[in-house]
Write a protein that binds this ligand. Structure first.
Ligand code: UD1
Length: 430
């Protein structure tokens, strides 16, 4: 397995281009199942998760063509054509690799009237059930049973029916699944307490470009009037706000200055609100944002993760790494996932002082972190260890790099170009 080796203590200077958001690209790709015409996605990130979903869509009969794979994300295009859906089963072997595969459920059910999708199972950051996806589709008339580890769903005669569904809890994935299903349902669907993440809005905008009738974009109440068919469209994937926030913290932690390009400051408002009092400076620039440490030192602040527009859970681990070397203490509270502090003991191995109590972690800043071999069991936790390694004294080796490859494109290349001493050690070189 590949590793990443970092010799820390080098301030980052230069510019980093952010790719399209993984969490937007995945649902957008599944939206291709809703039409027999071609959906073209631009600004596509090249990541392991995108490949996994391509493999799933291929076996549903979707034709896929990637153009411009060598260039910057903005120039990259993926064409998806589901002229005929030849198979409505999403098998366990593919779904277990990536939970987002469950997003084929709504589109398959709406287009074909039936779907059999493996239950994704738990993952490192918690149980992550899909009950809301199922209940929402049932409210639209679907008959659903669980059989042999699969969600087996059937639409009523004449197709799914519009319905009002009130989410008892905000769920990004369930909102996306129901939104897609509702575009082809008969009548009007109202999704109340819907997720408002920019990736949900990006999906809604793409669906509108495909001919869907949706109002309330960007709010927690989405109204969808079903149409008979959707058509092809061309859509640019929204910039990755988590990648943006991650590099912003890398600049601040190393005491450097980075121009983060191909992104938007408004996508990371909550992170900016937390990071400014922590001593991070943000300046809007053409096509992005300049980030640096304001007055020489970082200061501990309290942060609580919340659904958008609150502080994103996907930046929580990185924020914890940042607070490890801040002056004073800060409290991080995780409200979205029950088991998302696995990075805390690894950061402790690098000299951090962190006390975890239930869903809160008290981080007391130390003078400096020291390099160590570390590993993590999920994507964002892994990148928080890379950030800690960049700021630490000495050498850090991050193991299980495949987690990083799921969500960060050419991470070590982008950081090295800004002065980081970072390299990938391929398994065969080991
Ligand atoms: C998406 C993101 C993930 C991010 C998360 C929260 C993608 C591909 N992934 O994941 O990176 O961390 O949003 O912002 O976009 N829940 C239920 N029942 C359900 C569905 C969810 O109880 O049917 C719970 C989950 O266990 C979790 C919370 O609701 O505690 C939020 O999960 P959800 O928003 O659905 O996350 P994902 O869509 O899986």
């Amino acid at each position: 397995m590949d590793k990443i080796r970092i010799r820390g203590g080098k301030p980052l200077h230069g510019s980093i281009t952010v790719g399209g958001a993984k969490n937007a690209a995945l649902p957008l790709m599944t939206a291709a199942l809703l039409t027999d015409e071609t959906l073209t996605l631009t600004n596509l990130p090249i990541l392991a998760d995108i490949n996994t979903l391509c493999n799933l869509l291929l076996q549903h009969g979707v034709g896929i063509r990637l153009a411009g794979a060598g260039g910057e994300c903005a120039g990259r295009e993926l064409e998806l054509t589901a002229r005929d859906v030849t198979n409505t089963t999403a098998p366990y072997d593919l779904v277990r690799k990536m939970r987002a595969s469950v997003l084929v459920l709504g589109p398959l059910l709406a287009r074909c009237g039936e779907a059999k999708v493996s239950l994704p199972g738990g993952c490192a950051i918690g149980a992550r059930p899909v009950d809301l996806h199922i209940k929402g589709l049932e409210a639209m008339g679907a008959e659903i049973r669980i059989e042999g580890g699969y969600i087996v769903a059937k639409a009523p005669k004449g197709g799914l029916r519009g319905a009002e569904y009130v989410f008892p809890k905000v769920s990004v994935g369930a909102t996306e699944n129901l939104l897609m299903a509702a575009t082809l349902a008969r009548g009007t669907t109202v999704l109340v307490n819907a997720a408002r993440e920019p990736e949900v809005t990006d999906l809604a905008e793409c669906l509108v470009a495909m001919g869907a009738k949706i109002t309330g974009l960007g709010t927690d109440r989405l109204t969808i009037e079903g149409v008979d068919r959707l058509h092809g469209a061309r859509h640019m994937v929204v910039p990755d706000r988590i990648e943006t926030g991650t590099y912003a913290m890398a600049a601040a932690m190393t005491g450097g200055t980075l121009d983060i390009l191909n992104t938007r400051l408004d996508l990371i408002k909550a992170a900016v609100t937390a990071l400014v009092p922590a001593g991070v400076e943000f300046t809007p620039i053409d096509n992005g944002v300049r980030v640096s440490r304001a007055n020489g030192e970082l200061v501990g602040v309290d942060v609580m993760t919340e659904p958008f527009p609150g502080f994103p859970t996907d930046l929580q681990a990185q924020m914890m790494a940042l607070m490890c070397t801040a002056r004073g203490a800060g409290m991080i509270t995780e409200t979205i996932f029950e088991n998302r502090f696995m990075h805390a003991p690894e950061l402790t191995r690098m000299g951090a002082r962190i006390t975890v109590h239930g869903s809160s972690a008290l981080v007391r800043g130390v003078e400096r972190l020291t390099g160590a071999p570390v590993m993590a069991t999920d994507l964002r936790a892994s990148v928080s260890l890379v950030l800690a390694g960049l700021a630490a004294e000495g050498e850090t080796t991050v193991n299980r790099v495949y987690h990083l490859d799921r969500g960060y494109e050419r991470l070590e290349e982008k950081l090295a170009a800004c002065g980081a001493d970072i390299e990938r050690i391929r398994a065969e070189d080991d």
